[in-house]
Design a protein around this ligand. Structure first.
Ligand code: MEV
Length: 353
């Protein structure tokens, strides 16, 4: 069977929530930064009607699914985002894959003459909460878009350089699977840098910063994000007057934090992070292990520390003066955390040579 030499490798960064988690699910802003550990995906168009997937980082090897059955039946957890991303791209642009490999005969997404072979690998563990699923989703949509754009009359079609369209389709994919989420992680994977982001991508504003004096500690705990969103939502149903007020306060401190970051006022940023942590603790998502690491970092002289992401597990972050960073890192380790060495403000999705 002829194999089309039609493949591309793209990469997208992981993300780190700096401030505003949970409130951002409900119309408020957050600040997210892209980290310099990346998800890498190779996508190849093939002339057999199957999706083939190898994703060793999430224990998926030689997964195969007929293109006509995408999204149906039992899908292993590690294959879900990839499979639904391909399905959504195809539903949006059924003509594009077929055209590109010269087998175009009908505009049906059930076209049975072509398929896609995908290999993913990640520079970071999917356990960290750096957003490996959304980064993989963005890579696939971007790769398919790039691979198929040459045959387009681009009037009706998504242009591969239209990052908002890449964001929209990737975010739809994440919502199809998770049902919930603000899309901040998808935005970080698409645009990179550091973003002021409002729910659903209503506002995605990059702002220029240098590196932040940040220390990241991984808790070793995995907890389900959607479950935490649901638990907070239940509290908001019972105590709307408290929880909505907390979201509003978080929104205010996020705006102030943006200014603090832009003026490199890390003392104020640290204080705002501490306020943010207080609110997250009130929402019930702090967790003992993260709290131990956060308080250890503050005791060791950090300007501020808070959890990053949905809470209970994944990572915490601290901001500290350069000459205190090592002491803070040691304190986090002593509290049982694993310090992860990453740089913030990394580039968004891109083609790899
Ligand atoms: C999870 O990393 C952050 C949340 O705000 C969810 C989201 O924004 O999608 C809890």
């Amino acid at each position: 069977m002829k194999q089309f030499n039609n493949s591309i490798t793209v990469s997208a960064p992981g993300k780190l929530m700096l401030l505003g988690e949970h409130a951002v699910v409900y119309g408020r802003p957050c600040i997210v930064t892209a980290v310099n550990q990346r998800m890498r995906v190779t996508v190849e168009l093939i002339d057999q009607p199957v999706l083939e997937l190898n994703a060793p980082d999430v224990q998926v090897t030689d997964y195969k699914k007929p293109m006509s059955n995408l999204g149906q039946g039992n899908i292993p957890t590690g294959a879900k985002f990839v499979e639904i991303a391909v399905k959504n791209f195809l539903n949006c642009h059924p003509e594009r894959l077929a055209k590109d490999i010269n087998l175009y005969s009908s505009a049906s997404p059930q076209n049975d003459k072509f398929g896609v072979k995908i290999t993913t690998s990640s520079e970071f563990s999917s356990q960290f909460g750096f957003g490996s699923s959304s980064a993989a989703t963005v890579c696939i949509i971007y790769a398919l878009s790039e691979l198929t754009r040459q045959n387009l009359d681009n009037k009706q079609s998504l242009r591969s350089d239209d990052l908002k369209a890449i964001f929209d389709l990737s975010y739809k994919t994440v919502l199809d699977i998770q049902g919930k989420g603000s899309g901040f992680d998808v935005a970080a994977a698409v645009y990179g840098g550091t973003l002021y982001f409002v729910t659903d991508g209503k506002l995605i504003k990059p702002f220029k910063i240098d590196q932040l004096p940040i220390i990241i500690g991984y808790s070793g705990i995995k907890f389900d994000t959607v479950r935490l969103i649901d638990e907070v939502a239940k509290k908001a149903e019972k105590y709307p007057f408290i929880i909505n007020n907390i979201y509003d306060q978080i929104a205010k401190l996020v705006k102030k934090a943006k200014k603090a970051i832009l003026t490199t006022d890390f003392i104020t940023l640290g204080e705002l992070m501490n306020f943010n942590e207080g609110y997250l603790s009130t929402l019930g998502v702090e967790g003992k292990k993260l709290a131990d690491m956060i308080y250890a970092a503050r005791d060791a002289g950090a300007y501020g520390a808070k959890l990053s992401g949905a809470g209970i597990g994944d990572c915490m972050i601290a901001i500290a003066a350069e000459d205190k960073k090592q002491t803070v890192a040691n304190a986090i380790t002593q509290a049982g955390g694993q310090v992860i060495d990453v740089k913030v403000n990394a580039k968004g999705v891109r083609i790899e040579l």
